[in-house]
Design a protein. Structure first.
Length: 146
């Protein structure tokens, strides 16, 4: 399940959320929270929690249940900037649905412990593998390498 909250005045089509549900089911059975915010809010969150004072496209916040016996605990929260998603989708000439899928997949893998800044390409490989199953050939890590 995806617990979805849209904190913007821009409508997110049901088709996009349905697509993200399919992707999530491919990756994990754990519940994930998805929050869509504007560029000002994601910048605030990035500064407050990561001490990075700039706008970003996606953030992920894992939940820690060490020592607590919870069956199938939620994985964490993903925050996507609608402004960044729209801008990048337009720049790369693909749909908002595809951009959400790319950002969501990248973030959910972070929640599962993948870290492209520290690993030897495992995050990139897994991201590419999952997205290609859904016909998406422009993973976030790949486009940031170029």
């Amino acid at each position: 399940m995806i617990e979805f909250t849209n904190q913007t005045n821009i409508t997110i089509e049901d088709e996009i959320i349905d697509f993200l549900h399919k992707i999530k089911k491919e990756i994990t059975k754990q519940e994930v929270e998805l929050i869509v915010v504007d560029k000002n809010e994601i910048r605030r969150l990035n500064k407050e929690f990561l001490n990075k004072d700039y706008e970003t496209d996606v953030l992920s916040f894992g939940l820690n249940f060490d020592g607590i016996n919870i069956k199938n605990p939620p994985l964490g929260s993903i925050v996507i900037s609608i402004d960044s998603a729209i801008k990048i989708a337009n720049e790369l000439n693909h749909s908002l649905k595809e951009e959400f899928a790319i950002l969501f997949t990248h973030a959910i893998l972070h929640l599962l412990g993948f870290d492209h800044e520290l690993d030897n390409g495992e995050h990139r490989k897994k991201e590419t593998e999952i997205l290609s199953k859904f016909g998406i050939n422009n993973p976030l890590i790949e486009r940031n390498i170029c």
